[in-house]
Design a protein around this ligand. Structure first.
Ligand code: FES
Length: 105
């Protein structure tokens, strides 16, 4: 049985940045081969999901990028732009490291 990890990306901005971020994350997951991985002997599947407001609007609607939350860890990122997708996927999903420059406490 596999476990699910989901990246919820807000798409409630006036611009298309949230949709662009979601597309970039999906592309990077595929390119980096991390849609499915084994961590500590357990199989994990990762999916990107768009959603409405995450109540992080200062880091989303008023900034240049989108807010997103990674579950099940509950890690929150703000002002994420499509250009950040490669680093987010490699560091957070690949190496298990939070990307501090985008992380919201
Ligand atoms: S508009 Fe994106 S978090 Fe509120």
């Amino acid at each position: 049985m596999s476990k699910d990890r989901r990246l919820f990306v807000c798409v409630k901005q006036k611009s298309e940045v949230g949709e662009d971020v979601a597309r970039a994350l999906k592309k990077e997951l595929k390119q980096q081969g991390l849609k499915s991985q084994v961590i500590a002997g357990e199989k994990w599947r990762t999916q990107v999901q768009t959603c409405n407001c995450l109540d992080l609007c200062k880091q989303c609607k008023k900034g240049p990028g989108a807010a997103l939350i990674v579950y099940p860890e509950g890690t929150v990122y703000g002002n994420v732009r499509p250009a950040d997708a490669a680093e987010l996927v490699a560091e957070h999903l690949g190496r298990g490291h939070v990307v501090k420059r985008l992380h919201l406490d």
